[in-house]
Design a protein around this ligand. Structure first.
Ligand SMILES: *Cc1c(COP(=O)(O)O)cnc(C)c1O
Length: 387
């Protein structure tokens, strides 16, 4: 029996069901299915939300990253820096421009790009840097931007897990030359299918991304660039415009659950809690703790009806697909340690306080079994008769 699911999209959509159905009908009645006015209205609202001048909606977060790099002119022979502790898409987008992903390890407590290790990864071929705002917390943007500025390299934010997160008073997406978002259904702002967006203050880059998403045309049948079809569906634009209105409230709910988890797990031996930057707002796309013996604990919790996840079990530099890059085990020790120990606890706005308590109690029980077992084995050995 599932006592606490990892995610509950039905509960998430129930309160806005009527509004969503009305939006589908409006799209159906106007036949504005691919791009069109529903998408344009969402673009306007999302740019305003992020605090950027432009937003270009695309087909997915992967599209957003790929087209952002193409708009910057990244291509074969170039290098793009990112972190190995991310979803595969960040690196795939780099590879699909023809450039080579170059990795920099993460900070051990925030799990985002370590600015102190950034500069030594820069070479004359570096064309972009992609910090990833992992789990809902922004990377340490000021020192990252300082290094990038010194070398004249643009920064592209992977904000696919950080809709509405802030750092020093400004939102995710508004710090880099371009910011990339995913609206995959389970993200903090999720569509009812696939979706993504690129935000930027740079009009020329916005125009380029818009051309790339629509076969390189600014005018119908005049193709100035070799582009792609990466348009957003009208239905997704309409649904996202409705869901955006609730984003601040749902992020606030996630932060409440995170605070409750923290309180309940604060002094539990064996649990490492995520560090929150004091100068930002973490929006807890995921609540990730580090525990020893992670895979066994995941299975034990599942047996108790508590669904957890792992984000991510294999860092990107050790993926089979990237074997040709030649990074061996031990190259990025912090990412590798996190990949071995990270456990994502149930996290979604509709969680109840009782569910959070259940998760914390069961996790504590799992860990207590482990810390007491070796001690009692030792005691048993001492008590055993000699000879
Ligand atoms: C979800 C995600 C992506 C990819 O987004 P899609 O919409 O699934 O293509 C990229 N980067 C990160 C960090 C993500 O979490």
């Amino acid at each position: 029996m599932t006592r606490v699911p990892f995610l509950d999209l039905q509960a998430h959509h129930a309160p806005i069901r009527t509004e969503l159905v009305a939006a589908f009908e409006a799209v159906l009645d106007s036949s504005a299915f691919a791009g069109g006015p529903f998408v344009q209205r969402f673009e306007k609202d999302f740019a305003a939300y992020c605090g950027t001048r432009h937003c270009v909606a695309v087909g997915s977060g992967t599209d957003a990253l790929w087209l952002a790099l193409l708009a910057l002119g990244v291509g074969p022979g170039d290098e793009v820096i990112t972190v190995p502790m991310t979803f595969m898409a960040t690196a795939e987008a780099i590879s699909y421009t023809g450039a080579r992903p170059v990795f920099v390890d993460i900070e051990p407590d925030t799990y985002t790009l370590d600015p102190r290790q950034l500069e030594r990864a820069i070479t004359p071929r570096t064309r972009a840097i992609i910090p990833v705002h992992l789990y809902g917390q922004m990377a340490d943007m000021e020192p990252i931007l300082a290094v990038a500025f010194k070398h004249g390299i643009p920064v592209v934010e992977d904000a696919c897990q950080a809709h509405g997160a802030t750092y020093r008073g400004r939102r995710a997406g508004a710090w880099g030359r371009l910011g990339c978002f995913s609206f995959y259904p389970g993200k903090n702002l999720g569509a009812l299918g696939e979706g993504g967006a690129v935000v930027t203050d740079d009009e020329d880059l916005a125009r380029k991304v818009a051309m790339y998403r629509d076969h390189g045309q600014a005018r119908k049948y005049h193709h100035d660039l070799v582009g792609w079809n990466a348009r957003m569906d009208g239905i997704q634009g309409a649904a996202l415009q409705i869901k955006l209105k609730r984003l601040d409230a749902t992020n606030e709910a996630r932060r409440r659950h995170a605070a409750q988890y923290r309180g309940l797990l604060a002094d539990v031996p064996g649990v490492v809690l995520p560090r929150e930057r004091p100068d930002g707002s973490h929006v807890y796309h995921l609540f990730v703790v580090r525990v020893p013996d992670r895979d066994a604990i995941l299975a034990e919790l599942a047996a108790e009806g508590i669904q957890c996840g792992i984000h991510y079990p294999i860092p990107v530099h050790l993926q089979e697909a990237y074997r040709p890059l030649g990074y061996g085990l031990g190259t990025f020790p912090v990412s590798e340690a996190c990949a071995a120990e990270a456990l994502s606890l149930p996290m979604y706005p509709e969680l109840t306080a009782a569910q959070v308590e259940t998760v914390a109690e069961e996790l504590k029980r799992c860990l207590a079994r482990r810390t007491s077992a070796p001690a009692s084995a030792e005691a048993a050995r001492q008590l055993a008769p000699v000879g």
